[in-house]
Design a protein around this ligand. Sequence first.
Ligand SMILES: [Zn+2]
Length: 322
Amino acid sequence: MNWLTNFVRPKIRALVQSKDVPENLWEKCPNCGAMVFHRELENNQRVCPHCSHHLRIPAKRRLEMLLDDGAYDRVDLPKPLSDPLKFRDNKRYTDRLRDAQNKTGETDAIMVARGKMGGHPIVVAVFDFGFMGGSMGIAVGQGLVTAAEAAVKAKAPLLVVPASGGARMQEGILSLMQMPRSVIAVEMVREAGLPYIVLITDPTTGGVTASFAMLGDIAIAEPGAIIGFAGPRVIEETIRETLPDGFQRSEYLLEHGMVDMVVDRRELRGTLIRLLTLIRQPAPPEAIALPVATTTARAKGKASNTNDPKHGAGTIDRKAAE
Ligand SMILES: [Zn+2]
């Protein structure tokens, strides 16, 4: 029975289904409700032309958008133990995995690739939310470690693009162990003196937020992305307070210092290339002499401006004195 349902049925279904007719040519924007022609949406990098809502994108599309000429080499990921707990809710975990694999054509929720951005070699790990909500199990943890190793080996920066509901509950404690594991992966990159950049996309929640996603040397978020640990309803019920507008959205996190910048998807590639160029450039010889001069200037400024409330350094000094 298993062999029939799991192997034969998908094959027959694939034969019977027509491949050429797209299911629908129009997509509804989940934010403003406008019907957008799919080609227009694709040309606009899946950003709604009416309200600039950033729709979710599959991992492959993300890699094509980010890397030079949309070209990249896949980094092979080791095949981990699937269904270590023999988990079953109303459906067997192995069946869920197989469905997701058939749907996305990927083995798990992460894709790792080597490519170039503005000519800079880079290793990119991208989550696919379409694969079981981008949840982080052993395979994803392994993917992050492999990505970090590839970055260290290539002496290239690591860019991770999370889109995840958090840890994969079907793997229980083993999925939670991927949190420290992913942090170790980040540490490997850091110890090698390489930049680690995170591009947070909608949604980035749960154990993913509580581990590698918040550790970027530079944290960039897409506009309107949900970023948080627990959902707003759970928090409201726990603290018995109404949460502010825009809570757990990129812009809110930017205001509160949790991310460094919020960048429109259509400007992301340009911004990332600019950052990479700045980070990867060897320091010019005259910059080496600079720190001494800057320190003196700042020290002088502090002395003369302590009473000026507009002056940042003075304010800090006063606060420290109180
Ligand atoms: Zn819209």
